[in-house]
Ligand binder design. Sequence first.
Ligand code: AMP
Length: 370
Amino acid sequence: MTFKELSIIEPILRAILEKGYETPTPIQEEAIPPTLNNRDILGLAQTGTGKTAAFAIPIIQHLYQETDKNHKIKALILTPTRELAIQISECITDYAKYTSVRHAVIFGGVNQNPQTEKLKKGIDILVATPGRLLDLMTQGFIKLDSIKYFVLDEADRMLDMGFIHDIKKILPKLPQKKQTLFFSATMPDSIAKLASSILHNPVRVEVTPASSVVDTIEQSVYFVEKTEKCKFLIQVMQKRQPQSVLVFSRTKHGADKIAKILGKANIKSAAIHGNKSQNARQRALADFKLNKINVLIATDIAARGIDINQLELVINYDLPEVPETYVHRIGRTGRAGNAGLSLSFCSTEELPLLKDIQKLIGKKLERFEF
Ligand code: AMP
């Protein structure tokens, strides 16, 4: 599946491809078509699944195609935290960069003047946290009567953070007729109730967290401190001499560092992540498939798009923050009934992450000391 096949049009398509996104993530595949068809969406997805693009891209496309270019606020994205608001705003900047769609982001804890100045110039999309939105509405800086698209992001966190009263004040200010996209990582009763009160005949999209690991995969964990991990990785490589290894690093910078250190030990490897050009990534992948290099180092996002089966070994150089990610990572070895092996490096700080993983998969990993 490609973004083009999901009916994403130029110039948004160009902006997405420039970001280095090769294929849509599962939530994007499921959510983009009905959103483009003006359906309400009930989305069950956590951060890290690509959900921001799943709602932002179709909204930008809708606005790009509209003839009415008066820059009255037509889309409202409500999100619980300042960090999320900024992240969403950055995504919109990127995806809308070849369009005339304008947006602003508002959140509390900072001077409101730069925010209200931006609003006065006229915008199409507003990204907001609930408190500051209500505040600026009360002061008369914001009217929501032109809203056609409404996104409630991280609904469960909104409720946990006590924003329900604010939301209940905001909802009646929105026009009755609009498209609503509702996202939450979990769906307890309180959230299901809220969702059903604001959605009309929604399409439910869900990325089910993986929890089961095939039993042909041998899983071990090594207790090794952060500063020792590189040394240990080199030892593992020299001892096992594996033909195909995927090493997961939490950060792009970390991936580069591992590649460099392996290089010094004469172990050929390549790091693939979002900062590498498409060409560099494809070359690395081709070399890996031809066994010219035996080690690929990837971040979770970069690994998602690559198609390699039959890995001999998966190494969790850093443990993932989200336990389901562990299952996805090691699922790349031991495919089609082949024996697979996964080694996880766990430092003292990562012990809570290990606990979460073991809870999810329902068993304890075999432990070794470095
Ligand atoms: P989110 O779940 O929206 O926080 O997105 C998680 C990360 O995935 C962000 O860093 C996005 O830039 C990235 N991302 C979103 N969609 C794609 C895609 N189709 N391909 C690769 N990366 C993506």
